[in-house]
Design a protein around this ligand. Structure first.
Ligand code: ZN
Length: 297
């Protein structure tokens, strides 16, 4: 059995199991102050470990986070705007309390891994997972490993051109009109004065949204050449997929000469198939990997 933690800004989702068809138990804990939330997380796993021994725990966390194993602050959340959580150690605290190996990655990389292992990214060598909700986050997997460098990818903050005639300042506190600043849920709310959920399907917001999403995806395709893009998050809806695929074809203008893009874009930019389970299931995969790594001679 493995433990999984999807550490989110509004809730921590914890699971014990070994995959989507082998879930022993699950709990959602509201994210409050770090000491309080993490104490509750540890209580859950301590109680679980009496019933089923847990071999390792995977954490997919909101960020930014420190993923550099040589860094003194490896396993910490770093400069998050979320009050109280700046520089919070996750890996050290959970690992010390529960005495098991800990796998660690971003929440979006965990969701990518979940989709790669059991969902819409199965068998896809180079996969990008992008989520559009309260922010925009993205992760790229190559042969099932997330691409990391200095820190981790921040696809949501890529700088994209404005759609002609658009004068909205954007909503990103760091960059204003970056991808997330123009196309996240809060950006839509700020621009139209309405929650995305309350906008009717014929509202002009969706055509503009499709244009910005297509700009972001075009850059991802040109930069990383993934074999598939899984596009999820609370802002996504079926009609948005149709519109953005159309615009994406226009933007790429036949230059990326691959039948996946020119002939079957509906199989190339796809919704997730694990729904809101992707992140926590991906954290189970992180746990399994941490266990296997620790078990190697
Ligand atoms: Zn930004």
């Amino acid at each position: 059995m493995f433990g999984a933690i999807e550490a989110g800004g509004t809730k921590f989702r914890c699971m014990v199991g070994d995959g989507p068809t082998a879930i022993a138990d699950e709990v959602r804990i509201t994210t409050t102050a770090p000491q309080e939330t993490l104490a509750e997380v540890i209580r859950f796993f301590t109680a679980q470990a009496i019933k089923h021994p847990i071999d390792a725990i995977g954490i997919g966390a909101f960020g930014p986070i420190d993923l550099d194993r040589n860094s003194a602050t490896y396993g910490h959340i770093t400069t998050t705007p979320k009050t109280g959580w700046q520089h919070q150690d996750l890996v050290g605290l959970v690992g010390d309390a529960l005495k098991v190996p800990i796998g660690f990655d971003t929440d979006v990389a965990a969701a990518a891994l979940g989709e790669y292992t059991w969902g819409a990214g199965q068998g896809i060598d180079n996969l990008v997972y992008l989520t559009v909700g309260t922010g925009i986050g993205g992760a790229a997997l190559s042969a099932g490993r997330s691409l990391r460098g200095l820190v981790h990818a921040e696809m949501g903050h890529m700088l994209i051109p404005r759609v002609a005639g658009d004068s909205f300042a954007g909503s990103c506190p760091f960059h204003g009109d970056c991808f997330e600043g123009m196309a996240s849920g809060p950006a839509i709310r700020k621009r139209w004065g309405q929650d995305p959920e309350t906008l009717t399907t014929d509202h002009p917001a969706w055509q503009l949204q499709a244009s910005y999403l297509a700009l972001g995806l075009a850059n991802i395709i040109l930069m990383l050449s993934p074999h598939r893009i899984v596009l999820g998050g609370g802002v996504m809806r079926a009609e948005l997929f149709t519109a953005l695929r159309c615009r994406l074809l226009d933007l790429l203008a036949g230059y990326v000469n691959s039948p996946e893009i020119t002939d079957s874009l509906e199989d190339y930019v796809v919704p997730p198939s694990l729904g809101n389970q992707a992140g926590v299931l991906g954290a189970l995969v992180l746990a399994r990997r941490a266990y296997e790594q620790e078990s190697q001679p």
